[in-house]
Ligand binder design. Structure first.
Ligand SMILES: [Fe+2]
Ligand SMILES: [Fe+2]
Length: 247
């Protein structure tokens, strides 16, 4: 492992040890339902993580590979990327980013509510909107949050060059959870849940190069650098799977 990767790993471990983040900052007007109250970044994370866990508990048949643990990892990656961008002078609106992170896959908690009994990312937008309106979250922030959620998926066809930085952070952080042993396990869990067999998995992830596509979608250099080894591992895994099935 080269020096930079060791440093990246240490930063992530520190994030995990400190649970959410050190040096918590106050975000004006961030208290859902009471704009006069100021919530810190940590308080917002705790609030939305709790909402996420409650929705998971109430879910009829949640997809476990998209559960609260996935949302929390996406938050840790988001924080890691945010800190890197802030060092370069970018301003991050955590009042948008934190709810978007913890609400981005909540429809996976009740996938059979969706049309055709299949989880659809468009439903995430409606579900997130419902939660935020119930919280009386600032109205102008709701549309920003839902528009960020709407472009986080791998199916996003066109990525606008002028998209908000929070949209890029969420999409890249979400992709960071796709590679390596953990990412492969999540993919296999999701695919078997959708009744895909091994040949279809090989077709999508090896022949159609879905893994490569997801890696190439990432825009923030630190995101790509962080997952590079895991990305190579995933490509090799699906290639070997194809070879083993063909012999
Ligand atoms: Fe998603
Ligand atoms: Fe996700």
């Amino acid at each position: 492992m080269v020096g930079r990767e060791v440093l990246d790993l240490l930063i992530l471990v520190r994030i995990q040890v400190s649970e959410i983040c050190a040096g918590d900052q106050k975000i004006p007007g961030s208290s859902p339902g009471s704009p006069d109250k100021i919530m810190t970044k940590n308080q917002l994370v705790k609030k939305f993580y709790k909402i996420n866990q409650d929705l998971y508990q109430k879910g009829r048949d949640p997809l476990k590979c998209h559960g609260p643990d996935h949302h929390m990892r996406v938050w840790k990656y988001s924080l890691y990327l945010s800190k890197a961008l802030e060092k370069r002078g970018r301003k991050i609106d955590y009042q948008i980013l934190i709810p978007a992170v913890f609400l981005h896959d909540i429809t996976a908690y009740d996938p059979y509510k969706s049309e055709k009994d299949h989880w659809n990312h468009q439903d995430d937008i409606r579900a997130a909107e419902k939660v935020l309106k119930k919280l009386k979250y600032p109205r102008e922030k709701i549309s920003q949050i839902t528009s960020i959620i709407s472009v986080h998926s791998t199916n996003t066809k066109v990525i606008s060059k002028n998209e908000p930085v929070e949209a890029t952070i969420l999409r890249d952080a979400d992709k960071m959870d796709v590679f390596g042993p953990l990412g492969i396990t999540r993919i296999l869990m999701a695919m078997s849940r959708r009744f895909y067999g091994i040949p279809e998995i090989i077709k999508i992830y090896h022949k159609e190069q879905n893994i490569k596509h997801r890696y190439q979608m990432m825009k923030i250099p630190e995101a790509k650098r962080f997952v590079k080894e895991n990305y190579k591992y995933s490509r090799e895994f699906f290639k070997r799977l194809d070879q083993d099935l063909s012999t």
